[in-house]
Design a protein around this ligand. Structure first.
Ligand code: CDP
Length: 220
């Protein structure tokens, strides 16, 4: 069946500003924002609740743990719930961030996330963000953006987002963690051939939002 809604796909590596940018673009356009990473994180939080030994996780056990995860809609954004409860703080915690890439390697978990994201895009115009939105999930997206930024700048943004006081040591540590996650996620973090790459290292949040909104006016 052909899709009748508009899809703007924003992909890119860890902490490149995809989610906050996608949310602002969605608000400007009156679209719904779907953060596919939040579903990988929710599945990881679910399995962590039931089994704290990641080396024993299987696709079956993660899928079973993730069964009570739902994607709820609130105005222009979506958020995952687990057994009916919002889990925002839990999915942004260190434990989930450390283990999410392992869960994201599981093909059946990727299918589970992709089905939920596609279902949400059936009845609304959407801005979706992740790693493979413009390649695997919506190869026919109306506009595809790939956001990149220098890894140290991404680390600084993550620390600011957490409200943590920054020191050179903390910045070095976070840069290493971000580069490690880049490596683990490299396979699914590839720009679509027709994606427009925007390097946000020297851009402010509002500049990158303005650029994407302007591109969407041309394309959508
Ligand atoms: O922290 P960041 O914004 O980079 O990540 P996220 O979007 O919250 O995604 C968390 C993790 O989910 C990533 O590190 C990937 O392992 C995985 N992910 C993925 O594999 N494919 C997606 N479309 C989105 C996220």
């Amino acid at each position: 069946m052909t899709r009748r809604t508009t899809v703007i796909a924003i992909d890119g590596p860890a902490a490149s500003g995809k989610s906050s940018t996608a949310q602002m673009v969605a608000e400007r356009l009156g679209f719904l924002h779907i953060d596919s990473g939040s579903l990988y994180r929710a599945a990881t939080a679910a399995i962590l609740r039931s089994d704290h030994d990641p080396s024993a996780w299987t696709e079956e056990s993660v899928l079973a743990a993730a069964a009570p995860v739902e994607l709820r809609t609130a105005r222009t954004s979506c958020y995952p719930t687990l057994a009916g409860k919002a889990i925002e703080d839990e999915i942004r915690g260190h434990d989930v961030t450390r283990n999410v890439s392992r869960v994201a390697q599981m093909p059946r978990i990727r299918e589970w996330v992709n089905a939920k994201v596609r279902a949400a895009a059936e009845s609304a115009n959407v801005v979706v963000d992740g790693r493979d939105m413009g390649t695997v999930v919506f190869p026919d997206a109306d506009l595809k953006i790939f956001l990149i930024a220098d890894s140290r700048e991404r680390a600084a943004r993550r620390l600011r987002q957490r409200g943590t006081p920054t020191s050179e040591q903390l910045l070095d540590d976070e840069t290493i963690r971000i580069r490690e996650r880049d490596e683990r996620d490299a396979k699914q973090t590839v720009p679509a051939p027709d994606a427009i790459t925007i390097d946000t290292t020297a851009l402010s949040q509002s500049e990158q939002v303005d650029q994407i909104v302007a591109l969407s006016k041309d394309r959508v």
